[in-house]
Design a protein around this ligand. Structure first.
Ligand code: SF4
Length: 335
């Protein structure tokens, strides 16, 4: 059975958060004022085990999912992640097994991740200059090491490597062009992400958003671009190619050009809750079913029923009144 939701959207992608911990404190995601030394992260016994994640992933694949992405927190904070990747890579029907990382761990890990079966890597990087990047990650982490991770991933064949840059007005918009130039020259796909109101701890304001239009205009003025067709239905980034044929960029315009109509993504939090939208206020507890002895067929029926009732289209409905809703934090739900 391949369920569709109330807006006729299939279930295709599963984003699996493996930990709510991160070694960065990006100001737009895990601000130190909230995620300080005393912050209580999830205890180990609340996290889904690798075997439980594998089981859930297989159930989702039976319902139509063919893309898996590991997220967090920072997924590499979870020990022996390669063991999980080996399990997921062995699931028949998974066409794409990817991971989003902040690129801060030793580059040697790339080889063990790839050997385990990881196919693609997306790296988050918000600026090319250390003062801006360090102010944003708030742990003084330098740009160079993240760039090394990008290059090493590409050299290992985990390509195309994508680089995600969250753009926040007054903080890193001056980095748009340097980032575009750098990654165009180095042959990697840079994706700009409009600053979003995920969670409730980052103090999001609409005024902080640099719109997709402003981003594409500023690039086009120096490096002419034109829109390109999406690679597949449901692709989150609007694609643009450089007119000189030197590559492409993407812009994820969740705020100014919502793309809920094609959204086929589900999210599994590290403690086993199923969220059908990045901005959903609550998740369904699959861990309870897993640990209470439910069969695969029973859990599949539970997931299918949730998906068939799905009405989510938060970004299309975003307004002043949705801003202060108690949405889960990105470090918990996965990006
Ligand atoms: S707001 Fe929710 S439904 Fe819309 S694209 Fe994002 S995750 Fe999908």
């Amino acid at each position: 059975m391949k369920p569709t939701d109330t807006l006729n959207r299939p279930l295709r992608d599963l984003r699996i958060s493996v930990t709510d911990r991160c070694n960065f404190r990006c100001t737009y995601c895990m601000p130190k004022g909230v995620f300080g030394r005393d912050y209580q992260f999830m205890p180990q016994d609340q996290l889904l085990s690798f075997e439980e994640i594998d089981r859930v992933a297989r159930i989702f694949v039976s319902l139509g999912v063919n893309k898996l992405r590991l997220t967090g927190g920072e997924p590499l904070m979870r020990r022996e992640l390669e063991t999980l990747i080996e399990l997921l890579a062995a699931i028949p029907g998974v066409d794409d097994l990817a991971m989003t990382t902040n690129g801060s761990f030793p580059v040697e890990r790339i080889h063990s991740l790839q050997a385990a079966g990881l196919q693609r890597i997306t790296v988050s990087l918000d600026a090319l200059d250390d003062p801006t990047f360090m102010a944003m990650n708030d742990v003084d982490f330098p740009v160079k090491q993240v760039l090394d991770w990008v290059e090493a991933s590409a050299a290992a064949g985990l390509s195309p490597v994508k680089v995600n840059m969250v753009v926040k007005r007054g903080v890193n918009e001056h980095s748009i062009l340097p980032m575009a130039r750098y990654f165009c020259e180095h042959g990697h796909i840079l994706r700009f992400i409009e600053y979003m109101d995920v969670g409730s701890s980052n103090g999001w304001r609409l005024d902080d958003v640099v719109s997709a239009r402003q981003i594409s205009d500023s690039i086009h003025a120096e490096l002419p671009i034109e829109p390109a067709q999406p690679n597949y239905r449901g692709e989150v980034a609007n694609r643009y190619r450089y007119l000189d044929g030197s590559g492409e960029i993407g812009i994820i315009a969740s705020v100014t050009q919502p793309f809920c109509g094609d959204c086929s993504r589900a999210r599994l939090s590290a403690d086993g809750k199923l969220y059908t939208c990045l901005f959903a206020l609550a998740g369904a507890d699959l861990r309870a079913a897993l640990r209470d002895g439910a069969s695969d067929a029973e859990i599949a029926a539970q997931v299918a029923a949730i998906w068939q009732k799905r009405t989510d289209r938060y970004s299309e409905l975003r307004s002043a009144s949705t801003q202060d809703l108690p949405k889960p934090e990105m470090s918990y739900i996965g990006g």
